[in-house]
Design a protein around this ligand. Structure first.
Ligand SMILES: [Zn+2]
Length: 230
């Protein structure tokens, strides 16, 4: 991790901690929590996941998608987002919800609602932050690419790694939605169709690359155990 990025994270944690004790207590008691998640090969944006304490596990999955799954995706998939990420706000808040009343997977927010980040602050470079929300239960049941998703499911059934596959699939969906909403934040006038095409292509390619890799490793492991039996 580059030093600037860890400085930024430390500055934000300091800032959150420096708020009045009563504000922090009230926040803690109401079950509101924050978690920072950087993209390891980029200087921006730094994502701040805002979640309810009961959703800690889901917040950890979202953080893992940003911190690990992103860097494991083929370079060509990441390069598509070069300009978008380069122009993104220094800080982007992700409000993680269970459900949205409207049934959408996520939205970008025109104004930041998360109080500590609503106004520009020195801790995040004196810039305006960006904000989005994501409804994770809707992401779990989202039929992103019905045909290819089912075809991949069938491959993993044979390999008994279906659980790992589903966990990865969920995180890649989260990641593609985070990138989709970041794209909206950076280019508010770009049409939905082109933003959607970019994020669905990202999801499709990333999942296909993971599957290819996992199956190659699986058959390698099988081959080895077979050769040991000889
Ligand atoms: Zn959209």
């Amino acid at each position: 991790m580059c030093p600037e990025k860890s400085n930024l994270q430390a500055a934000i944690l300091n800032y959150l901690h420096s708020r009045h004790r009563i504000i922090r207590w009230r926040e803690w008691l109401s079950g509101h929590r924050y978690r920072l998640a950087p993209l390891s090969d980029r200087s921006r944006p730094l994502y701040v996941i805002a979640y309810r304490v009961g959703d800690k596990g889901r917040a950890a999955e979202a953080a893992r998608a940003i911190e690990q799954d992103w860097i494991e995706v083929p370079t060509r998939c990441r390069e598509v987002y070069d300009e978008i990420l380069f122009r993104a706000p220094q800080l982007v808040v992700i409000q993680l919800h269970r459900k949205n009343v409207c049934g959408c997977l996520g939205h970008r927010h025109v104004a930041v609602r998360e109080t500590p980040f609503a106004m520009p602050h020195d801790a995040f470079g004196g810039e305006h932050a960006g904000e989005m929300d994501i409804a994770y239960q809707q992401v779990l049941t989202w039929q992103a690419l019905p045909l290819s998703d089912t075809a991949l499911d069938a491959k993993f059934l044979q390999g008994s790694r279906l659980e790992d596959f589903h966990a990865k699939q969920f995180r890649l969906r989260l990641l593609s939605i985070i990138l989709h909403e970041t794209n909206h934040l950076v280019f508010p006038n770009e049409p939905e169709t082109s933003i959607r095409e970019r994020s669905l292509n990202f999801y499709r390619d990333a999942l296909a690359a993971y599957t290819e890799n996992a199956i190659a490793t699986l058959s390698f492991t099988l081959d080895r155990s077979f050769s040991r039996l000889k």
